[in-house]
Design a binder for this molecule. Structure first.
Ligand SMILES: C[S@@+](CC[C@H](N)C(=O)[O-])C[C@H]1O[C@@H](n2cnc3c(N)ncnc32)[C@H](O)[C@@H]1O
Length: 431
């Protein structure tokens, strides 16, 4: 299993390098190589020195020049991630850290982020959030997406207030505990349907099977076993749990997708849940964007954006503090939550595609958490609306975040510039 850490700035590397470890381009490069543990990464040059091997001067010069070139290349790369892990098949595991930390607690205990009541910001701003909105289908309820839902009380609360809800959660234990704790309110939430990919990005309920008489390495989302169809790889996730919650005379659907939020698509939602066109009227993001490492925020917002219909609204509860006071360190549990400032929110939800309004901004007392003991934290609630005509199933608003990824735009731009230059040179040579 390989894990990567963000590139650290030269200044921070300099300040942490010991006098016994002179800072050369090679040591900087070694310190920047993929490794989640800052201490071991910085120890690497020292370890090399311990071997006591003398190198010929020419080779040292060659190594120095090579390393300098590699450093230059490394600095041109975008920051790599440490927070997620790579699966043996090359896919990314974004769930393991949560399963092995926040949710790896004794039975009966709840993770620190879990509120044993409805979120007060949701209760307070519920009416404003959905004011004037009408559901896609007449007679149906407004649909709400709760990304990274954990086992939050907010989901049945929303159903009881007239909304249809779909949560997305990656850690099975969270869903098991949600099912047990809300069994009196959420009916029929008994078993899960596995979701299998079909053609052209489509999804369907049902287990897909690939025969294989021997184990050919672990595959993300699949288990190797002997089952009804023989021996081979059976799909195991994503999956959907489906229940209903009484709301006066009606009962409203509450579904939870068990899987990685980054893999969720409108097609998956459409195949698995009551939201037939796969796009939601509303999303409630509390403890979700702040749980995503900064390098992946754009990707998260892009995924979220695809799941919101034009005219749809996000109620975002973010935490804003000085990130330098709680720096990322793989050995500690915090962050998350990461700091998400107003600037971040406006960059992630640019004005051309979204309108952003601050509904509330107050100081949040997080001093009981050691990492935040002397840190001033503000909880800021945003109402974010996706521009574009309302109505489900319409074209997605032209969101820079939800549409073409920035790297593709850059690549396209570079190709266009090179193409233009080539045409200009060609035209010149023919004159
Ligand atoms: C900080 S908690 C917030 C939970 C919930 N929103 C609440 O207010 O209690 C984040 C939750 O998201 C889950 N999670 C983290 N990354 C995920 C991902 N990529 N896909 C699905 N779930 C994820 C974690 O297991 C955890 O339960």
């Amino acid at each position: 299993m390989r894990s990567l850490r963000p590139l650290r700035s030269l200044r921070s590397l300099r300040s942490s390098a010991t006098s016994a470890t002179p800072l050369t381009p090679a040591s900087v490069l070694l310190a920047q190589r993929p490794a989640c543990d800052p201490d071991s990464a910085l120890a690497l040059p020292g370890r090399q020195h311990d071997h006591g091997k003398e190198r010929p001067q020419g080779a040292a010069l060659f190594g120095f020049v090579g390393a300098a070139g590699a450093v230059a290349l490394a600095l041109l790369q975008p920051p790599v991630q440490c927070y997620f892990e790579e699966n043996p098949d090359g896919s990314t595991d974004r769930i393991k850290r949560w399963a092995t930390r926040s949710w790896a607690i004794p039975a009966g205990q709840a993770p620190r982020f879990h509120l044993k009541a409805v979120n007060p910001m949701l209760e307070k701003h519920l009416a404003r959030w959905s004011k004037g909105m009408s559901p896609a289908e007449e007679g149906s309820a407004l649909s709400v997406l709760v990304p990274l839902c954990g086992k939050t009380f907010d989901m049945p609360f929303l159903c009881e207030n007239g909304y249809g809800v779909v949560g997305v959660e990656g850690v099975p234990r969270a869903i098991m505990e949600f099912r047990a704790e809300h069994r009196m309110r959420v009916k029929g939430f008994k078993s899960r349907d596995i979701l299998s990919p079909g053609e052209k990005g489509s999804w369907e309920k049902g287990v897909s099977f690939g025969p294989s008489d021997q184990f050919a390495g672990s595959r993300f989302g699949q288990v190797f076993k002997k089952g009804e169809q023989g021996i081979g790889y059976y799909r195991d996730k994503p999956a959907v749990w489906s229940g209903k919650v009484n709301a006066g005379k009606k009962s409203l659907p509450l579904h939870v997708i068990e899987g990685d939020m980054f893999d969720v698509t409108p097609q998956m939602i459409s195949a698995a849940t009551f939201v037939k066109d796969g796009r939601f009227d509303l999303a409630f993001d509390r403890g979700s964007l702040v749980a995503i490492p900064p390098e992946s925020r754009e990707q998260y917002v892009s995924t979220l954006s695809q799941l919101i219909r034009p005219g749809g609204r996000i109620l975002l509860v973010a935490l804003d503090y000085d990130q330098e006071k709680v720096p990322y360190n793989s050995k500690r549990n915090a962050p998350p939550p990461f700091s998400v400032t107003g600037e971040h929110v406006r960059a992630l939800f640019p004005a051309g595609a979204w309108s952003v309004e601050v509904l509330e901004d107050h100081v949040e007392d997080m001093s009981s958490q050691p990492a935040f003991k002397d840190v001033k934290v503000r909880e800021v609630v945003y109402l974010i609306e996706k521009r574009g005509r309302g109505g489900s199933g319409g074209p997605t608003a032209s969101s820079g975040q939800g549409g073409i990824p920035p790297c593709v735009l850059w690549l396209g731009g570079a190709v266009a510039v090179l193409g233009g230059a080539a045409a200009w040179i060609f035209a010149g040579s023919r004159q």
